[in-house]
Design a protein around this ligand. Structure first.
Ligand code: AOF
Ligand code: ZN
Length: 381
């Protein structure tokens, strides 16, 4: 079995990183499926084909790669090559036939995988079947990056709840509104990053105060990007205070309110094409808390509709509510070099949980600093 030379770790990592880069091209277009990238390399280290999962319901990354390779290259060259995939291949028939069968048919004897597929239909089964068929399988190359690529898919496919990423731009003293002298607290590079998140995530969610104060469009603006994806806009608005002429209202908007919201406002908002979605009220210790939406019911509904990820853009009340529900999975905090003082809105109000970030990353973005990290919640004392 010395047919394929031992993969050097460095080149395996480089090919997997290329596959990750390719996978990211599917951002915004593959949900509720995962982003997946794949590269085929021959025994001499030449890349014969590379591709990615480009559209929900479309061909899987590894299928696109293998079909190309099988069409253009002789069987013995394929046998001695290596297939890199960011995600374990599927072995079930879904919207597309099982990729596992095609891998076996191709005769390739070496497969390198980034993440095990968290989908219960796959979840290690394909790896075992490949090995039983005599294929050498390596798992976990660039695993941290490959897992990060599918973090929303992982949460959704296991829990049917969307993954929640909170994005905040704040001053050094933790304020998310300025004196008015600066329309944006964060810089243009940070804004570009925010629009990249909008391109990738399924839903953008804000509270009604943000709509009233800023009248944002909440769409994706990425000059130079050909296929723009606009997330579903969700406005949290228990009493329907959203002005019907708000820029964010159109047929790609859902306004979540209570049953008790005024009928005439429901009608006025519905005329913009937006969906009015009635959410049950929160019940706490047997008491009805009016004016408060049962967020977990809303999240369950969005998950059931196939939305895997939510970009939570605030403001303070929304961040506080979701932290107290321990519902935010990841934070992206942009820190801008300003002090705005006590009279401005803070990132959060009183919290029932301390939030910590066990493995944060820090990155300088022009004159801003970006901290990214998964949240860990500890009951506050
Ligand atoms: C993808 N793209 O490149 C890979 C996936 O319904 P199907 O046939 O599209 O199958 C979807 C499942 O296939 C998905 O949940 C995941 O577990 C697995 N792998 N999916 O959409 C891909 N490799
Ligand atoms: Zn597949």
């Amino acid at each position: 079995m010395a047919r394929h030379p031992k993969t050097t770790e460095a080149s395996a990592l480089a090919h997997m990183q290329r596959a990750i880069q390719l996978a990211r091209r599917g951002a915004g277009w593959v949900q509720s499926n995962p982003m997946v990238g794949s590269v085929f390399v021959d025994a001499a280290g030449t890349v014969l084909a590379e591709s990615y999962h480009a559209k929900f319901g479309g061909a899987h990354a590894e299928r696109r790669v293998l079909e190309r390779v099988m069409q253009h290259y002789p069987k013995n060259q394929i046998r001695r090559g290596t297939l890199y995939i960011t995600l374990e291949p599927c072995g079930h028939s879904g919207k597309t036939p099982p990729c596992l069968d095609l891998i076996l048919q191709s005769g390739v004897q070496h497969v390198v995988i980034g993440s095990v597929d968290p989908n219960g239909l796959v979840n290690g089964k394909s790896i075992r079947r490949l090995r039983r068929a005599g294929v050498k399988v390596e798992v976990g190359v660039a695993q941290v990056e490959c897992d990060y690529l599918i973090r929303a898919f992982r949460k959704w496919v296991i829990t049917k709840q969307p993954f929640i990423l909170a994005k905040v731009g704040m001053s050094l003293d933790g304020k998310i509104t300025s004196s008015g002298a600066y329309h944006y607290i964060t810089n243009d590079l940070a804004l570009r990053r925010v629009h990249e998140l909008r391109q990738e995530l399924d839903v953008i969610m804000v509270g009604v105060n943000t709509i009233i104060n800023d009248n944002p469009r909440l769409n994706t603006r990425l000059p130079g990007v050909k296929h723009i994806h606009h997330p579903l806009k969700v406005i949290l608005d228990s009493r329907l205070r959203t002005p019907p002429h708000s820029k964010a209202l159109d047929s790609n908007t859902l306004v979540a309110c209570l049953e008790s919201a005024p009928r005439h406002r429901m009608q006025a908002i519905a005329r913009t094409g937006a969906e009015i979605f009635v959410v049950p009220p929160n019940r706490l210790r047997g008491k009805m808390l009016f004016e408060q939406l049962n967020m977990m019911a809303l999240l369950a509904e969005l998950g059931a509709r196939g939305y895997t990820s939510i970009l939570l853009e605030g403001g303070s009340y929304v961040f506080t509510t979701f932290i107290n529900l321990q519902a935010i999975d990841e934070f992206h905090v942009f820190l801008a070099p300003y002090l705005f003082g006590a009279s401005k809105l803070p990132f959060t109000y009183a919290l029932q949980y301390d939030v910590s970030f066990p493995h944060p990353t820090f990155e300088q973005v022009g004159n801003n600093m970006l901290m990214r990290g998964y949240a860990k919640y500890t009951k506050a004392r």
